[in-house]
Design a binder for this molecule. Structure first.
Ligand SMILES: [Zn+2]
Length: 376
């Protein structure tokens, strides 16, 4: 087994705004914690900086007009019709370097794809990637360029069959939309139900269209779902779908806004629950492009993705965060905390209700969707 980590400190220099919940600084925090645990210097593992890709590869997914607007705004020049492209208010602010940021993230994801294609590693992890909401001509949900879709398009154009597995708290709507009509990509998303959370989609009935009919699998979870509920859904859906599809490559979006202390979503996973999902994905033994995603409590993000990287490399970590790291970065929310944090569990009564709802959805998936998934 070989692993690769794609990262540069350049990523952490961008800023959406002072108050925006998505803080690129969380990436540096993660990298520093990885180093503090000595996980930057292990056998059979490489660290790589992204090489900026050519814009051509973006144009396979995004429109010319949209990229031009992003580039203009990037340099501080105003575009009067920017709001038509989802830009300039609340979620998707205009900031200096916004195109450069998106380009760097996407380049790192494409780098991960190239590492997997060339067998340089079996697992490639880009913590900055996973911007799953961006649409071909529109920014959405903090995402300007859909790095995931760009990389998946690049892979399927080379004849690969790809499973896209998204375990972020939010539905992976952008990726689903872009590949909705193709059976070359099996899209699986386990997320908090759209009844309560942005983007308001990701219901079981969204099954795909045309050749892609049966190749979108959505498992919406009720708010407050915990580790046990998540793994119940994961085990009943993910292995069988993947087994039926027989992919060449798996691409995962490992958003951690699912954790109990995330300020934006209402799920209650712990880092234990998250990391055992990472373990299950690893055990599938499929060449794997692992990406980041949401996560708005920056200390939890750093902890969760450090643990994920340890799992990918078969390393166990001491739960006490190294002292040197605490001295410099403890102030960012690591105080009085261990690496894995607490576990939250639904009370029996609630759990029964949540599992009942979930069982109806899982039955639908087993009866109506899974039989449509074919391996060629
Ligand atoms: Zn999210």
């Amino acid at each position: 087994m070989k692993t690769a980590f794609i990262y540069t400190d350049e990523l952490a220099k961008f800023k959406y705004s002072d108050t925006h919940p998505l803080k690129p600084f969380r990436l540096k925090l993660t990298y520093e914690l990885i180093k503090a645990y000595g996980l930057d210097d292990i056998d059979n593992s490489i660290f790589k900086k992204p090489k900026i890709v050519n814009e051509e590869i973006l144009l396979k997914v995004h429109t010319h007009d949209y990229l031009d607007v992003l580039k203009t705004l990037n340099s501080g020049i105003d575009v009067p019709y920017a709001s038509h492209f989802g830009l300039g208010y609340g979620d998707n602010p205009i900031f200096n370097g916004m195109y450069d940021w998106s380009m760097l993230v996407t380049s790192a994801t494409v780098e991960a794809a190239n590492i997997i294609l060339s067998n340089e590693a079996n697992i490639a992890f880009n913590i900055s990637g996973g911007l799953h909401h961006a649409l071909p001509n529109k920014a959405s949900g903090f995402c300007y360029i859909n790095d995931i879709a760009v990389a998946i398009k690049y892979l399927i154009d080379q004849g690969k069959r790809v499973v896209y597995l998204d375990i972020d708290a939010h539905h992976g709507d952008g990726v689903q939309h872009i590949f909705y009509d193709t059976n070359r990509v099996l899209k699986i998303s386990i997320h908090e139900t759209g009844y309560y959370l942005f983007p308001g989609t990701g219901f079981v009935e969204e099954m795909g269209e045309k050749e892609g009919y049966g190749y979108s699998v959505n498992v919406p979870l009720p708010p407050y779902s915990d580790d046990e509920v998540f793994h119940y859904a994961f085990d009943k859906v993910v292995p069988e779908c993947i087994d039926r599809f027989k992919p060449d490559i798996i691409v995962t979006q490992l958003g951690v806004d699912t954790l109990y202390d995330d300020p934006l979503a209402h799920l209650n996973y712990s880092i234990y629950g998250f990391s055992s999902a990472v373990e299950k994905i690893k055990n599938l033994g499929i060449p794997w492009i692992a990406l980041g995603g949401g996560g708005y409590d920056i200390a939890s993000v750093a902890k969760a993705w450090t643990v994920a990287w340890a799992v990918m490399n078969n390393k166990d970590l001491n739960k006490n965060i190294p002292e040197d790291f605490m001295k410099t970065y403890g102030k960012y929310g690591f105080e009085n905390d261990d690496l894995f944090g607490p576990r939250y569990e639904l009370v029996e009564e609630q759990k029964k209700k949540v599992l009942e709802i979930l069982d109806r959805e899982i039955t639908f998936i087993h009866k109506k969707i899974m039989p449509l998934i074919k391996d060629r």
